[in-house]
Design a protein around this ligand. Structure first.
Ligand code: F6R
Length: 608
């Protein structure tokens, strides 16, 4: 959601910034812009639409010469996507340029005040108030002006700012929207996310909330909002550039689907030690685990679907009551946080606004927070009491695949270890779970071999207007995710139902040729789900069913059957989701859509 890239150094800034922005395209955007200091003035170009429009407008950056600049991809919140509302925003004198991610919540009041003082606005955005406020408070010292402005704004921001008076500097600041500063000798960078920098450096500073940075070729300084000089240490990013490139795949989504075996290995294997699952870094002592009375899992979107699987697995193994909540609901519902309870926040990006707000709310109520997060150093990771990092590596495609799979693995490990410590399972069962965990990456690799068959099946669904997914237990939790995957990238209306719930309303929508995807991998629930499949077949549905070997009889009922290998029943979701991810991918591909960047969606949802 919005992307910032900035560069200062000895090379031409605009091509580097445009390249950085293109690596942030996955975040979602609808217009883009750039401002560069050309030796005399700050020159700006911006355009609605894809980055290619801006590239054409600026002759790939060549039309904006200069070695210091900032750029932005905008995902519209305040004001429609158009040239005027695209960032950067400048003051009337063209001496200050601002790019901004986040929302200035009190912008209306601030705008009215500025208008009364004679400032003239040229956009509908909340961001433009910042350019005019900086003009109002600037007396020769940019940091002082930034401090004064930021003390007066409410809401979230990651900012890149140029001052004409200080032409060889970039100024940056953040609160609740991510921003990293990169260093490579005399070259300095700002970016919303690490992939924008990987081409140039792996040495980064993660900016903390309410910090200001000044970047020049010579040095970087960090200040608090009160002007105090801060000392910060750079971090070396483990990800390499290949992780943020397509590597021969047609789309990032397909590449990331295929990266799941290694992502799972990187998530699981470092924690398997001496016949136990090493959670020592989480600071959850065995005593604390034994005392746990309740777990609340809070997340959004696919991460929430991982939470639903987590609930089934934790309750089944560790016998701890678990509730799941959508973060956007949790944060406004006055949840009860008892002593000896644990709140688990799940997030790939670690920046999702609702999940972050839920974390803060739960923390303020005295809960201990465990975050399951993929992006190291992200806001959720920093604010949680302890972090279980998933090893998915950078996920670029908007539709999550490998991060979701790693979240499932994280829940399996928490559940198995909690169960062992609490004595809810015996040593044999625990060893069986460990063995199943170790087998998962190879089983996922094997399943990826069914790609062609799934493409063949997906092509039969290209013209569908609606699709229903159904399953029971973990198969239902996987249906939720399979359905979301499909709808977000194919734009086909899709809903997931607990199979037993269909009869209570939804079955009235089933008619001749209505497509239904039935997930029936649970041996225990198979007869029940089979009955539900028969019920929709009887009403004319066209059924694609997923099941495990031993249920060959399903071919007599369903139109198409896909078999997934067997594993520990509680871990089945890790296998059954693979064909569903591929199914969504191929339906989207077959419909000629932009698989990696579906319309209206952003990778990192940093606004409410
Ligand atoms: C769907 C998807 C989203 C995210 C959701 C939460 O494919 O990716 O539903 O799961 O926006 O994002 P994170 O995990 O970054 O908090």
């Amino acid at each position: 959601m919005c992307g910032i890239a900035g560069y200062i150094g000895k090379n031409q800034a605009a091509p580097i910034i445009l390249d950085g922005l293109s690596r942030l395209e996955y975040r979602g955007y609808d217009s883009a812009g750039i401002a560069v200091f050309d030796g005399e003035r700050i020159r700006m170009a911006k355009a609605a639409g894809r980055l290619s429009v801006l590239k054409e407008l600026t002759d790939n950056g060549r039309a904006l010469p200069g070695c210091c600049g900032i750029g932005h991809t905008r995902w519209a919140t305040h004001g429609r996507p158009c040239d005027e509302n695209a960032h950067p925003h400048m003051n009337r004198e063209n001496t200050i340029a601002v790019v901004h991610n986040g929302i200035i919540e009190n912008y209306r009041k601030l705008r009215e005040k500025l208008e009364r003082k004679g400032y003239v606005f040229s956009s509908e955005t909340d961001t433009e108030v910042l350019a005019h406020m900086l003009t109002e408070y600037y007396r020769g010292d940019p940091v002082e002006a930034i401090e004064k402005v930021l003390h007066r704004v409410e809401g979230s921001y990651a900012l890149g700012i140029l001052f004409l008076d200080h032409p060889h500097h970039i100024y940056a600041a953040r609160r609740d929207s991510p921003l990293v500063v990169g260093v490579s000798g005399e070259e300095k960078f700002i970016a919303s996310d690490v992939p924008a920098l990987l081409e140039h450096t792996r040495t980064v500073y993660y900016m903390e909330n309410e910090e200001i940075a000044t970047l020049s070729a010579g040095n970087i300084r960090f200040y608090s909002l009160d002007g105090e000089l801060l000392s910060k240490k750079p971090v070396t990013v483990e990800w390499d550039i290949s992780a943020a490139q397509k590597g021969g795949y047609a789309h990032f989504m397909l590449k990331e689907i295929h990266e799941q075996p290694s992502a799972l290995r990187d998530t699981i294997f470092p924690r398997l030690k001496d016949r136990r699952i090493d959670l020592d870094d989480l600071g959850l002592s065995e005593e604390k685990i034994r005392r746990l009375r309740r777990i609340s899992i809070v997340a959004c979107g696919s991460a929430y679907h991982a939470a639903v699987v987590g609930k089934y697995v934790l309750e089944a193994l560790a016998r701890i009551p678990v509730e799941t909540d959508l973060a956007s609901e949790y944060r406004y519902r006055c949840p009860i946080c008892e002593p000896d309870s644990l709140v688990i926040i799940v997030s790939q990006s670690g920046e999702t606004a609702d999940s972050l707000a839920a974390l803060r709310d739960a923390k303020a109520r005295g809960s201990r927070i465990l975050a399951i997060v993929n992006v190291v150093g992200s806001s959720i990771a920093r604010e949680a009491d302890c972090v279980f990092y998933t090893g998915a590596g950078p996920e670029i495609s908007v539709a999550t695949t490998k991060a979701y799979s790693c979240q499932l693995a994280a829940f399996y490990m928490l559940a198995a270890e909690f169960a062992r410590v609490r004595g809810a399972i015996g040593a044999d069962r625990f060893c069986g779970l460990l063995a199943a965990l170790k087998r998962l990456p190879a089983q996922v690799r094997e399943l990826l071999g069914c790609q062609e068959k799934i493409q063949f099946l997906a092509n039969r669904y290209l013209a569908a207007d609606h699709i229903f997914f159904m399953g029971r237990g973990i198969d239902y939790a996987i249906s939720l995710e399979g359905s979301l995957k499909l709808k977000e990238i194919s734009y086909i209306h899709s809903e997931a139902y607990a199979a037993g719930e269909l009869k209570h309303g939804t079955i009235s929508l089933i008619e001749e040729q209505t497509p239904v995807v039935a997930v029936a991998t649970s041996d225990r629930l198979y007869p029940k789900t089979l009955s539900n499949i028969v019920e929709v077949k009887t009403r004319g549905a066209m059924v694609l069913a997923l099941t495990t070997p031993g249920h060959e009889d399903l071919a007599r009922t369903a139109d198409y059957v896909l078999f997934v290998p067997e594993t520990e029943p509680l871990f089945m979701g890790s296998l059954s989701i693979i064909p569903l991810q591929l199914f969504a991918y191929y339906v989207s591909l077959g419909r000629g859509l932009d698989v990696d960047k579906p319309r209206n969606l952003a990778k990192s949802v940093t606004v409410e």
